[in-house]
Design a protein around this ligand. Structure first.
Ligand code: GTR
Length: 422
């Protein structure tokens, strides 16, 4: 090739790459300006993101994980690093868990669904802890239904079992119409979301004369609640227990990711705007920081996490490794265009950096340059992502995308129903 041709070819290649990246999401300047005004002292400027090196999720002491068969010990190691350094150690299943249906309405939502309100009582020694699960199951669906379970971090009225109040945060009618069950419990029933009182929920139940081997923070307690709800779901014949998704928004999203890491019975994990301490990379200096989250919400994480406030680069993990713990199950990460505090790009890059782990099961990579434009969902293998127009919230749009994703990875409900009949 003549020199001039070669130069032309290079320029085309560079131009092509820029064009591809240009199609992806960029924060709007007015949103950046607004964020800087609302939460000053934090970085919202992409050009000020410093370079960082992420720990390799596949690198073990003396070898690299090269196959799905080699993953379990590395997975256990990563899980333990998160327990020690980030979320703390949870007690696991209590001595016994009992379920009581406190209300059943087979004709809820004008006959479209069956409502079950279930009291979940855990017993440990002489102590008991009780919380409630609200569950709607689709009546039109033959057989057991897959279920989306929300860790509700908003007021309980958002998941009103009477349906007198309806909220886009938990659009139960819409999810039922898609053929899925939908459940929720209120996070504060597990641990109050307050530094002074957070131990007054389920943690008290494990505190033995002031000393406990459990170092869990509130996020882990909320995730523990999801596991106890799963204990119930496993017993309900109308629930397809092999297809239960744990869903959470923001702090609930952080808890959902941790629940999915700790409990592999969840076949899908959905993180909605979970940000710092959730899906977003901690090493990327954009939006909320570890120091800030540990200061504002000291009760969310284990105390060791605070020792990383000023030395993030020394954390043995980053959040792409938390996402990796979901593999080979299904994982959906969602961001919102105006939610710069949660670092949408950091959430996407984290998902992209989990690619080597998902590749162990043959999934194609999600590359950093693949970040889509707003409202243009991306599904690659068993991972999904979207960035929605609007602010920090969980909305009917988000739920539609989660149902689309479940249709895809769990096969369309109609197709499943007919294959079940055979
Ligand atoms: C913010 C916090 C975020 C996120 C959010 C929420 O104040 O800084 O990490 O969890 O609250 O839960 O809505």
């Amino acid at each position: 090739m003549k020199r001039t041709h070669l130069i032309a070819a290079l320029i085309v290649a560079v131009g092509g790459m820029t064009a591809a990246q240009g199609k992806g999401w960029q924060a709007r300047p007015e949103v950046v300006a607004q964020a800087a005004k609302q939460q000053p002292g934090f970085n919202y400027d992409e050009s000020r993101v410093e370079s960082y090196t992420l720990p390799d999720p596949l690198a073990q002491k003396n070898s690299t994980v090269k196959s799905a068969l080699m993953w379990p010990p590395r997975r256990a190691e990563i899980l333990d690093l998160f327990r020690t350094n980030v979320y703390g150690r949870s007690p696991g299943k209590p001595e016994s868990v009992a379920f009581a249906v406190v209300e059943e309405n087979p004709k809820a939502m004008d006959g479209a669904s069956t409502l079950r309100r279930v009291a979940i009582t855990s017993r440990q020694g002489a102590k008991t802890h009780r919380f409630e699960l609200t569950l709607f199951l689709p009546n039109k669906r033959p057989g057991a239904a897959p279920v989306f379970l929300l860790i509700n971090n908003r007021p309980p009225s958002n998941t009103d079992p009477t349906r007198k109040e309806k909220s886009g945060f938990w659009p139960a009618e819409q999810v039922i119409a898609r053929g899925y069950g939908i459940g929720a419990f209120h996070y504060a029933e597990l641990a109050p979301d307050e530094a002074k009182t957070y131990r007054d929920g389920v943690m008290k139940f494990y505190d033995e004369s002031g000393s406990t081997p459990y170092t869990w923070g509130a996020l882990a307690a909320w995730g523990w609640g999801a596991s106890r709800a799963m204990d119930y779901l496993e017993t309900d014949p109308r629930v397809d227990k092999a297809h239960v998704a744990v869903v959470g928004h923001s702090r609930g999203g952080k808890a959902a990711l941790w629940a999915g890491a700790e409990d592999e019975r969840f076949a899908m994990v959905v993180s909605n705007d979970s940000g710092e301490g959730g899906a977003a990379l901690s090493r990327r200096n954009f939006g909320e920081t570890i120091e800030r989250i540990n200061t504002s919400f000291p009760h969310w994480f284990t105390t060791t996490y605070k020792t990383f406030n000023a030395r993030v680069a020394q954390l043995p993990v980053d959040q792409h490794m938390l996402l990796s713990l979901v593999a080979p199950r299904a994982l959906y990460v969602a961001s919102a265009d105006e939610d710069l505090w949660a670092d949408p790009r950091g959430e996407f890059l984290s998902l992209a950096a989990s690619s080597p782990v998902f590749a162990l099961w043959g999934d194609a990579p999600i590359r950093p340059a693949d970040m889509p434009a707003v409202d243009a969902p991306l599904i690659v293998g068993r991972r999904g992502y979207h960035i929605r127009t609007g602010g920090h919230n969980l909305t009917p749009y988000d739920w539609e995308r989660y149902a689309d994703f479940a249709d895809r990875v769990w096969k369309a409900p109609a197709a499943r129903a007919s294959s079940e009949k055979r």
